[in-house]
Design a binder for this molecule. Structure first.
Ligand code: SF4
Ligand code: SF4
Length: 147
């Protein structure tokens, strides 16, 4: 599945001395794409001997050269690594070791373009599509850098 799920990322650090709380990255209150797509990737990403970092115990075999995140091959997909109340709170428990396909999914308008994957996921979970206004005040540093 072509996807670049960045749905979950570390919570931003509190700013010392700040009197206002900066707006949160929209993915931190979403998680919809981690509970919509099948998350498959090349097996080597879960093989430490090949430099892979994805925890293999959270994956299962798919096709000859692919593995898949557990839970995402189901009729109602939900990644085993997702800690979320979709639409309210969302974190990836393996954020630093998530598959490359996850890091490759932009949130809509995060970098100026709409993301079909983001829009499709949010609609499927009954969430409104992201708007430019959702990004106002979200620090550049909190946006997901392209790999
Ligand atoms: S659906 Fe969009 S906003 Fe929601 S977690 Fe995924 S990329 Fe982020
Ligand atoms: S590994 Fe993390 S980012 Fe990827 S689908 Fe699972 S919870 Fe989402």
């Amino acid at each position: 599945m072509p996807r670049r799920c960045n749905s979950t990322r570390p919570a931003p650090s509190p700013r010392r001395g700040a009197t206002l709380i900066a707006p949160m990255h929209p993915c931190l209150t979403c998680g919809a794409c981690c509970a919509y797509f099948r998350v498959s990737f090349h097996w080597s990403e879960a093989d430490p001997e090949q430099g892979g970092q994805v925890p293999i115990e959270l994956t299962e075999p798919l096709r000859v050269h692919e593995r898949v995140m557990r839970g995402t091959s189901a009729t109602k997909p939900r990644c085993i690594a997702l800690d979320a109340d979709i639409g309210r709170y969302s974190r990836c428990t393996i954020h630093d070791r998530r598959p490359s396909v996850c890091a490759a999914v932009p949130a809509s308008l995060e970098f100026g373009e709409r993301s079909a994957q983001c829009d499709k996921s949010r609609l499927a979970h009954g969430l409104p599509l992201l708007l430019e206004s959702d990004w106002v005040g979200v620090a550049e540093a909190e946006r997901n850098p392209l790999p």
